[in-house]
Write a protein that binds this ligand. Sequence first.
Ligand code: SF4
Length: 324
Amino acid sequence: MHKLSHILRLGWAYKFSRDCTLGYPPYQFTIEPTNICNLKCTFCPQSDPEHAAKRPRGALSIPDFSLFLRRVAEVRPGNRNLNLTLDGEPFCNRYFLQFIEMAISAGYFPIFAANATLLDHESAERLIAAGPFRVSIDFASNREIFGSIRGLSGHFNLVHDNLLYLMEQSRHIPGIHLDVHDIAPFTGVEPRESLAKMRSMFPAKLPGHIRFFSRKFHNFCGHLALEGRGDSYRRCPYPWTQLAVTYSGDCVACCRDTSGRTVLGNVFEQPLMSVWNGPKYREFRQNLIHRRPDLNAACAACDLPYSSDSRWKIPYMLRSLLGR
Ligand code: SF4
């Protein structure tokens, strides 16, 4: 399907139609390399002692990733981005670099988030050789803050060193996008000041494909005790745009349903379109159309339908649909 025609069809279905059966495949795909993580960050569901009990721990295999790529190819989506992050740290799957190579040789543009503790020099070189891709990595402006919410002893230096190496090796390769996020604002520090401080820890002159941001934390599935949920309801676009798949093939509500609270089918067992337009997915959409996110297990405590941030603005939506 042509990218523009795919976007127009999903835009029409999301904005104007009340039909929950969609005449197009998912536009964005997420597949989980593993739900295992080597860290337990305070802002992440992984730090919940009950989290591991909600879904068995496991990792995507190479045959299952091949099957997933075949399922996606069958429906011919207009978009070639492929997100390889859901729960867990992707590098905890020993085949992760192979997944990246497979995705790129099948014509996809991989996007993933990593904590960079396992992104050693050898892995960075193999990744860069496979490229292009986009990776998002969290860091912080302050060693103590980083240690208190993310890393173990020594991780601040380890991640800094791995980031510097990745930047140095990829700075002349525009197809390799590196986004570094400052997580210090989670503790209440002033975001702009903190971002400037974090930026100063890296080379002054860097190309535009290496960027620095302040991380904004969301309570997508109610795992954080954040305040500020608004009253005005907006329909979440994810069930009209994205298919998020766990390492075992389960299709969950969205890329933030890391606990698998809502399972809508399994793409390793069924053709993709029969999940996307299956009874569970249709009912899931229907509940959101009827302003009843509370009827969807994953959405019940999610702040997205009641948020009023920039994600509802046209530039954000266009960036998310057209960007890499
Ligand atoms: S409302 Fe929240 S949990 Fe539900 S699909 Fe949207 S982002 Fe995911």
